[in-house]
Write a protein that binds this ligand. Sequence first.
Ligand SMILES: Nc1nc2c(ncn2[C@@H]2O[C@H](COP(=O)(O)OP(=O)(O)OP(=O)(O)O)[C@@H](O)[C@H]2O)c(=O)[nH]1
Ligand SMILES: [Mg+2]
Length: 434
Amino acid sequence: MKVKRFFAQTMAEALKQVSNEMGPDAVILSNRRVDGGVEIVTALDYDENMARQRLGDKAAEATNGSRLAEMQADQHRHLESELTRSRSRIQEVREKRASAGARYTGVAFDDATLEQAEPEQPVADEAPADGAGYNSELASMKAEIESLRDLVRGNAAASQPKKPEGPGNAVQQRLSERLQEFGLGHELAGTLAQQNRNARLEDAWKQSLKMLATGVRTARHSWLEAGGVYALVGPTGSGKTTTIGKLAARYVLEHGPDSLALVTTDRYRVAAHEQLFVFGRILNVPVRVVDETHSLDDILDELSDRHLVLIDTAGLTSSDRGYQEQLAELARSHHNIRSHLVVSATSQPRIMKSVWHCYKMANLAGCVMTKIDEALTLGESLGFVMETGLPVAWYTDGQKIPEDLHRAQAVPLVRLGVERLRAMQHSQAVAEGA
Ligand SMILES: Nc1nc2c(ncn2[C@@H]2O[C@H](COP(=O)(O)OP(=O)(O)OP(=O)(O)O)[C@@H](O)[C@H]2O)c(=O)[nH]1
Ligand SMILES: [Mg+2]
């Protein structure tokens, strides 16, 4: 499916452009009056199923075909304007560097805008003042977290929350409820509450958050800085291609396009590469497609001089043709491909878990959390990464390229989760008062 936008002063002129460039089979997704003329968004080989896939969760809002087409057109406009903005920012940075006499060195990463790896720290306002005490507390918490992970991973019976006993009962009960409101599953909330039952509720709550922050692993290095080959896998609509666009744009802003390449293994869906090719064209970065005549390893051999290679994949489920093939080629590659699972923070915990089982065979090195902006609470995602032990490399919180992409750090993520909980409680209180 090829989507293209046309602009002309009159509708007749716009339609003429469409017919000249797209031919008689083009479908009009939307037409509207804009400043100075008329804009038409068209598609060739328009496919409703693919449009739904591209829209992800939002497709549910499209109650009929024409609304779906409009939403597809909106998405295309949005993508184009984001890319135009990125392009002008890249240009600006280039010009600034040129006028400052700076030379691009390929792997020098001294730009202050690049987020630096930050060691995991406790939630700031709860950190004990004395450093040595804190270190030993952290070590003991880490040990506890390890045992918690074992519990929630493997031994379901052992991880069943115990019935509250003794004087800490009420605190344990209320803490478990609050942790569940935060978004954690019943079992993990119960286990954490049990570990912290002998304190005042507020202290036990803070202690639980610290344990959570310690239990959430994050990537130590920025991919952009460390370089290497990274593949994004995950269900359809989870945000793989958009995240690759954000990473690529961020990389080009910092280092230029010469040492970056994009690859896609998606040869299963009609016109599947369109979005990635748009990124490639705008950023001036090569895009390679794995197919019958070009294996993944052949392509990676050819790209071995690139500092960073980002691999996009098709969002397939185990019942889809190509699912096994795609994951197997990642897993058996002789290149060191670090595959990361892309999980939407809006997914139900059970779905996250089943997705993880589905994609484990790609030898997952970590995960990327997307759509944090759309999630009501973050405990579901934090519980998921704690239970699976997958380090979180990045999280995304919107569609802006590349701004809505962030290096994941445990403490800020937990803090964000607390803010979401407060916001949710506040709106509940308002609704109840109304
Ligand atoms: N709100 C929000 N939307 C996002 C975010 N990341 C991606 N999206 C949107 O989610 C939808 C699907 O994103 P894609 O990147 O196409 O998803 P994908 O995983 O490549 O999907 P497939 O190619 O079908 O497997 C698009 O509308 C994106 O703009 C995010 O962090 N926040
Ligand atoms: Mg995609």
